[in-house]
Ligand binder design. Structure first.
Ligand code: HEC
Length: 121
């Protein structure tokens, strides 16, 4: 996978570009990694916080934009969302939409868990 050796200038270039410019999932994952501190590895929360894995890109993105647009950030997430450009929020949303959902949210698809294990590269 030659993605991994992309130089830093490319990352900066991508951040300046509008949504949809580049599809590099490695960069999406790097930006999204910040969220894992509270929402768990790959968005699979273990404590009281909501899991964000497996949500629709659009839903997550809209939520994050709403949080960002608060005039006065009052809760934790509004502060989080403030720290990112719209482009970055889009990438984050896109990343978490590609991760398999937690097993305990609902029983829609029991196979999700198995597929998740094969996803590591
Ligand atoms: C410092 C801890 C922390 C970090 C880091 C964090 N979150 Fe959160 N997040 C929370 C808490 C606490 C809540 C629930 C309460 C709230 O809304 O403030 C939450 C709620 C959410 C929700 C709403 C869930 C729902 O179903 O309504 C979304 C979406 C979300 N976070 C996404 C993210 C994303 C994406 C990131 C990375 C940019 C992120 N969070 C980083 C603590 C955090």
């Amino acid at each position: 996978m030659k993605h991994r050796s992309k130089p830093l200038y490319l990352l900066i270039l991508l951040m300046l570009a509008g949504p949809g410019f580049a599809q590099d999932p490695t960069i999406d994952r790097m930006i999204a990694a910040q969220c894992a501190q509270c929402h768990g590895t790959d968005g699979h929360a273990t404590g009281d916080i909501d899991s964000i894995a497996g949500k629709e890109t659009r839903d997550l993105y809209d939520k994050l934009i709403d949080m960002k647009e608060e005039d006065r950030a009052e809760d934790i997430m509004e502060h989080q969302a403030w720290g990112y450009t719209d482009e970055q929020l889009y990438r984050i949303a896109r990343y978490y939409s590609t991760v398999a959902e937690d097993g305990d949210e609902d029983e829609e698809d029991e196979d999700e868990e198995d597929r998740e294990d094969e996803d590591d590269d």
